[in-house]
Design a protein around this ligand. Structure first.
Ligand code: C2E
Ligand code: MG
Ligand code: MG
Ligand code: MG
Length: 298
């Protein structure tokens, strides 16, 4: 606490909050130079076919190897990068790096079906940058086929998208690039509306998969955090099954996030989910670790 006007006041002097604010400022001010200094790296997490357990593609997830704070996960800096606009150059770096890596795997493993790479795209990249020409340029430079690139956008990024963003999605889709809706089910979009957009994949938010766990295998709580308590809705499995059926009838494929147990995977397979992603199969890993997963079931 700080003294002011001779009176003790509990103000502004929460050291923890102050430290937090200073860290935020320190991070924000160094985002742009950090891109130039090469402090960012991508990890890749397998997207696995539920039927055969084969890796079909990977999601690229950015990390910041910060000289002072160590390895930072995206929830520490993506919000800041969106606020100050550095998400645009950072996002371009992520796209180029992910496409180059996907092409490299393809050339290194000519006998395996090529992996697709899925890249997270922030709203601001669709609004403030020339996403379409950036993507076209990066595909041309890296030699990656457009159908091997998937872009993940959140519901809020595409809902009510009209004009420029919708045109961008349409142009990307016309190029052959796949568009996925990330964290589906956490917002308010409806499937009928989404199906009229150039979207081909739904990524079901992890909270749905956790919902099954609560109801059916609470004992099988992999990380012991009682995560099931987040969504104690006994109807979840029925809801997810109906969503998958509707998505399929609308021509979309479905990926489930946060698959942590084999019981969850079995249930997802039974209700028709196409692809799974989660710790059951693999955590996000550096690119050299992906090569070893290509020819095997994970
Ligand atoms: P997301 O796109 O929904 O990515 C999935 C997140 O879930 C990743 O967290 C991943 O490590 C985590 N995850 C994967 N499997 C499991 C599991 O079985 N259980 C649990 N509990 N978690 C799992 P991460 O890497 O910390 O990324 C967080 C978010 O940051 C991402 O969520 C995405 O929205 C954003 N992000 C990551 N990379 C980028 C990027 O290059 N650009 C942009 N704009 N956003 C990014
Ligand atoms: Mg994602
Ligand atoms: Mg997601
Ligand atoms: Mg998520």
């Amino acid at each position: 606490w700080a003294k002011a006007d001779g009176k003790a006041r509990w103000t502004l002097f929460d050291p923890e909050r102050n430290a937090h604010r200073m860290t935020r400022q320190a991070l924000a001010s160094t985002l742009r130079p950090a891109i130039e200094r090469g402090e960012f790296a991508l990890e890749y997490q397998p997207l696995v076919g539920m039927e055969d357990g084969r890796v079909r593609g990977v999601e690229a997830l950015v990390r910041w190897n910060h000289p002072q704070f160590g390895v930072l996960t995206p929830n520490r800096f993506i919000g800041l990068a969106e606020e100050d606009g550095s998400i645009v150059p950072l996002g371009r770096w992520v796209l180029a790096t992910a496409c180059r890596q996907a092409r490299r795997w393809q050339l290194e493993h000519p006998d395996e079906p090529p992996l697709f790479v899925s890249v997270n795209v922030a709203v601001r990249q669709v609004w403030d940058s020339d996403l379409v020409s950036d993507v076209a340029e990066i595909l041309a430079e890296t030699g990656l086929a457009p159908h091997l690139l998937q872009l993940e956008l959140t519901e809020s990024a595409v809902m009510g998208s009209a004009g420029r963003p919708l045109q961008a999605l349409q142009d990307l889709s016309d190029m052959g690039v796949h568009i996925a809706i990330d964290d589906f089910g956490t917002g308010y979009s409806n499937l009928a509306y989404l199906s009229r957009l150039p979207v081909s994949v739904l990524k079901l938010d992890g909270s749905f998969v956790r919902g099954f766990q609560y109801e059916n295998d609470k004992s099988d709580d992999a990380d012991g955090d009682g995560a099931g308590a987040v969504s104690p809705n006994p109807a979840d499995e029925v809801v997810v099954e109906a969503m998958i059926q509707l998505a399929h009838r609308l021509g979309l494929t479905v990926t489930a996030e946060c698959v942590e147990t084999s019981a969850q995977a079995a249930r997802l397979r039974r209700i028709g989910c196409d692809t799974g992603q989660g710790w059951l199969y693999s955590r996000p890993v550096p690119p050299d670790r992906i090569s070893g997963m290509l020819a095997v079931r994970v």
